[in-house]
Write a protein that binds this ligand. Structure first.
Ligand code: SF4
Length: 373
């Protein structure tokens, strides 16, 4: 694959995010929508926790087998495998699963900084904005208590600008990838996004700028050729080998609503007014997320408009096994897309999956179906 070498840093980070000791104190945070700029402005490193494929040992006794693998494997990761990597945690409570998980988590890390971030789920309620502002305030105060240092407005702006800049470059990369999937594969692009959540933002931005400059100066152009445009929906794509299958069958992701994808990179704050206000506005402008029950039809509207606006030929939906929120969304989404005549492939996976061979036939068949359309 062209340019693969330039993206090596991101690949290595994704494969082993814990290999180097960060220079700052590390705050592990769980997806999604925690305003990580506040953590960065405190002089700490926000570091996303996204499960493990390593065996579940300790969590078997804590969380039932039919809870989602995100919760089970994330808690396992910090209890069994990376306990000493983190100096503290900010845990996002988006549903019952994350609520129970965070209680268990907190009790086992009494010696660390611990904060629960409870964003409102029904965003259309008049009280939701007030609630979110309070949550921001509580997070800010908790971080200040931990570091012993006030987060000044200019420091928060600096962090917001840095994170915005990184996202703008990721959007540039997405644009190149959509136009030239032979230059930047699905896997390469989504690794660049994931790495952004697992390393110092300044370093990520430096590497990203270099690779994009290189891509642009190489002036290599590459059409979509045999690639078929698709939209990728859901929460997470795990394991990342799924992207290899999409690359192999030349299905080019031209739109998505993933947490480690567009939901993150389009989350650019407006650089005006008050920084806390900017973080609040950003939260309320985000697209649908399964656990957030704002409007039950929003998921359908978001997915169909993504499909039509991106020029995709089909939708691939990644369903995390036992994700209660997605299981509420899926029946309506499936029925609506069928009625609209939009081809849909649902892939059920989990954070513990290591082999994706069983998906090969289904992805190949979907590719053939889209090729005939
Ligand atoms: S939203 Fe789904 S995947 Fe995420 S914690 Fe809840 S049940 Fe698990």
């Amino acid at each position: 694959m062209v340019m693969e070498g330039a993206f090596k840093t991101f690949k290595e980070i994704c494969e082993d995010p814990y290999r180097s000791v960060p220079s700052k104190k590390v705050i592990g945070l769980t997806p999604t929508d925690i305003p990580e700029e506040l953590i960065h402005a405190s002089g700490l490193l926000p570091f996303w926790i996204m499960g493990t494929t390593a065996p579940i040992k300790r969590v078997t006794a804590l969380i039932p087998d039919n809870a989602c693998s995100f919760a089970r494997s994330s808690l396992e990761l910090v209890l069994e495998y990376q306990r000493d990597f983190f100096d503290g945690f900010v845990i996002s409570q988006v549903d019952d699963t994350t609520q129970h998980m965070s209680d268990l988590w907190e009790r086992r890390f009494r010696d660390r900084f611990f904060h629960k971030f409870l964003a409102p789920r029904q965003l259309s309620r008049p009280s939701a904005r007030f609630w979110f502002e309070k949550e921001l305030y509580y997070l800010k105060k908790a971080l200040e208590g931990f570091t012993g240092k006030t987060i000044e407005e200019n420091e928060l702006w600096e962090s917001i600008k840095l994170f915005n800049e990184d996202k703008k470059w990721l959007l540039k990369l997405y644009d190149i990838k959509k136009r030239s999937p032979d230059l930047v594969s699905n896997r390469t692009f989504f690794e660049a996004v994931k790495a952004s959540l697992l390393m110092e933002k300044e370093e990520h931005l430096n590497v990203l700028r270099k690779v994009i400059d290189e891509l642009e100066t190489s002036q290599r152009t590459n059409g979509q050729g045999e690639w078929i445009p698709v939209v990728l929906c859901g929460l997470f794509v795990e394991p990342f080998e799924i992207f290899d299958l999409l690359d192999e069958y030349r299905l080019n992701v031209v739109g998505d609503n993933l947490i480690v994808g567009s939901r993150y990179i389009y989350g650019i704050c407006k650089e005006a007014d008050n920084p806390l206000q900017a973080l609040t506005d950003r939260h309320f402008s985000r697209p649908n997320l399964s656990p957030v029950h704002d409007d039950p039809f929003k998921i359908i509207k978001d997915v169909t408009s993504l499909f039509y606006q991106s020029g995709a030929k089909g939708v691939i939906y990644l369903h995390i096994q036992y994700c209660e929120s997605q299981e509420f969304d899926l029946p309506d989404l499936r029925r609506y897309l069928r009625e609209e005549g939009i081809p849909l492939l649902i892939i059920t996976t989990d954070f513990q999956t290591k082999h994706v061979g069983l998906l090969r036939t289904r992805i190949e068949a979907f590719r053939e179906l889209l090729g005939k359309a």
